[in-house]
Structures are given as C-alpha cells and as structure tokens.
Design a protein around this ligand. Structure first.
Ligand SMILES: CC(C)(COP(=O)(O)OP(=O)(O)OC[C@H]1O[C@@H](n2cnc3c(N)ncnc32)[C@H](O)[C@@H]1OP(=O)(O)O)[C@@H](O)C(=O)NCCC(=O)NCCS
Length: 154
C-alpha cells in the first residue's frame, strides 16, 4: 500500500467508493465529484489530502486534514486540525485507515498543529472505534455527534 497526495484526477474513483459507502448507510454527505474536489482534494483550508492506493493503483481510501479557521462550520477551535477519513468498503479492516493516519500525523507535525478534531456521527460505531484505536479521546458531544481530539506530540 502506498500513500500519496490526492489530485483532481482522483475525484471520479473516490466519488464511486463514497457512493458505495452511502448505499451501505455509512455516509450521509454528498459523494459527487464536485463535492470531492471542493470539500476534500482542493479545499482552501487543506493541510493535506492523502490517498492510499494498492500496488495496481486502485485507491483504497482518503484522509483529509484541514486547518480550523475562525469561521469553520464544525465549531472547532481555530488553529486545530480537522480530520476526515473514508475507506473503500471492500478495503475495510486492512489497515488503510491506520496507514493514512500515520501520514496525516506527519503532516500535522510539519504544520505545527497541537490538536486534531474528529467529529463522528454518534451512531457510527466503525468511525468511533477507528478514532479510538488511533488514540483520539472524546471532548464534546453536540447533538448527534461525538467530537474527539488527538494531542499531537513532537
Ligand atoms: C472507519 C474507517 C475509516 C476505518 O478504516 P479502516 O481502514 O477499516 O481501519 P483500519 O483497518 O486501519 O483499522 C484500524 C483500527 O481501527 C479499529 N477499527 C476500524 N474499523 C473497525 C470496525 N469496523 N470495528 C471495530 N474496530 C475497527 C480497529 O482497532 C483497527 O485495528 P485492528 O484492525 O488492528 O483491530 C472505515 O471503516 C470507513 O471509512 N468507514 C466509513 C466512513 C467513516 O465512518 N469515516 C470515519 C468517521 S467520519
């Protein structure tokens, strides 16, 4: 498995597996290519948007790390990181999320971040368990969500 920066040309492939996640009830946000480019690959607040790919170049998952700006819509403290993770359903539990987080953590350290927020739907057991396994801890629970944070140490 290789991790690299996502590029706009990845949007069609990413969009397809996000639609698969949605059809399995594991995603509620839009999954179209425009959303993938605007919110993930090319978001102006991005610190990094990484994809993991198989030996044959198939994209297995992506992880986005954004900087929380003053006006961020997530209610995250300014200057924290904001993380999102999306793994192709047939690649789950193969260490894709774990591999992506190692790369994201390096980017967070390079950017000088101290804390990273992960906001997860309270019903998303996979997501909650994944972020717990990565070392995140719950710090607030707005309606329907569990917000966890990761303390970045150098
Ligand atoms: C949650 C998600 C990112 C996990 O990705 P993944 O590639 O399957 O995770 P990994 O294989 O790297 O797992 C790392 C660890 O997380 C935990 N974990 C991940 N998925 C789990 C699950 N379904 N059940 C229990 N533990 C799980 C385990 O501790 C695992 O370690 P182990 O396999 O050695 O036991 C993936 O299932 C996904 O994209 N789900 C849909 C979108 C989503 O919920 N995103 C996150 C919240 S916004």
């Amino acid at each position: 498995m290789k991790v690299r920066q996502a590029v706009v040309d990845d949007a069609p492939e990413i969009s397809i597996f996000l639609q698969e996640l949605a059809s399995l009830g594991k995603r509620s946000s839009p999954s179209d290519q425009e959303f993938v480019c605007g919110q993930y690959i090319d978001h102006p607040d991005n610190i990094q948007c990484a994809v993991a790919e198989d030996e044959d170049g198939t994209i297995l998952g992506l992880q986005i790390l954004k900087m929380a700006t003053e006006s961020n819509i997530y209610g995250v403290a300014q200057g924290w990181g904001i993380i999102g993770t999306h793994v192709k359903p047939n690649a789950a539990r193969r260490g894709v999320g774990r591999t992506l987080f190692a790369a994201t953590l390096n980017a967070a350290k390079s950017a000088g971040l101290h804390k990273i927020d992960a906001s997860i739907a309270e019903t998303n057991v996979d997501g909650l368990t994944y972020y717990d396994a990565m070392g995140f801890c719950t710090y607030r629970t707005p309606k329907g969500k569990v917000c966890k944070f990761y303390e970045v140490t150098v």
